[in-house]
Design a binder for this molecule. Structure first.
Ligand code: DX5
Ligand code: ZN
Length: 216
């Protein structure tokens, strides 16, 4: 199913609860939840903030771990109602990636791996049969509000080839996404993460979402 997934990195901290309720009222069931450790990427971001509020609103997070040691973070989420956890493939060996995917699945969550815009996704072919999600980064991880990097379209093409063989892979894109990219890339992507565009336009989102439902 195609979805728009608001990235809580861009939520207005003063109005967080109000905006979470707006997301709920739009009927959205999933949000994107960026975790940063200040090592894999320079900034730090969310850890467990808002998770209880999301639970109360009936919204599940897709956790995007931008951390250098994902293994040390996964269990932090085991008692929350989480939809998926995705880690960066670049953080460890392919063998270790396999183990992490299995560990996330054993917690009952969907499991995925992410690649940065200039990482060649072909290096991770062995993971295609094991993963639920491939997260294509279309900006360098670390910050919201950056411009879409066209080079990431190469990885998008590889992910779509993988999907031809492994039908149930979810393709998620993250970084610089606005409604123009959603329309342009609609057929190649399942989950569209959007941070700055979504929250800048949250008051007009009802209109955008009804347009989104009619896209083909
Ligand atoms: C960037 C994060 C993104 C970010 C996207 O490192 O992984 O999820 O919130 O924000 P926008 O949509 O503003 O590029
Ligand atoms: Zn993200």
């Amino acid at each position: 199913m195609k979805i728009i997934e608001p990235s809580l990195l861009s939520i207005n901290k003063e109005k967080a609860l109000e905006q979470i309720n707006q997301i709920r009222d739009f009927g959205l069931k999933l949000v994107h939840y960026d975790v940063m450790d200040g090592k894999f990427v320079p900034p730090t971001a969310l850890k467990t903030e808002y998770l209880k509020d999301l639970e109360l609103a009936g919204i599940k997070p897709n956790i995007h771990l931008m951390v250098s040691k994902p293994d040390e973070w996964i269990e932090l989420y085991k008692n929350y109602k989480v939809n998926s956890i995705t880690f960066h493939a670049e953080s460890q060996s392919v063998e270790e990636c396999k183990r992490l995917l299995a560990k996330i699945k054993s917690l009952g969550f969907l499991a995925g791996f992410a690649v940065k815009p200039h990482t060649d996704l072909n290096q991770y072919k062995e993971l295609f049969a094991l993963t639920d999600i491939i997260l294509i980064m279309s900006v360098e991880p670390g910050w919201g509000g950056q411009g879409f990097i066209p080079d990431s379209l190469k990885n998008l093409e590889i992910a779509n080839q993988a999907k031809q063989q492994h039908n149930n892979i979810i393709i998620e894109i993250d970084g610089g996404i606005n409604f123009n990219y959603i329309k342009k890339l609609y057929n190649q992507i399942d989950w569209f993460v959007t941070g700055s565009w979504f929250f800048k336009n949250i008051d007009r989102m009802g209109q955008y979402l009804s347009e989104f439902k009619n896209l083909k």
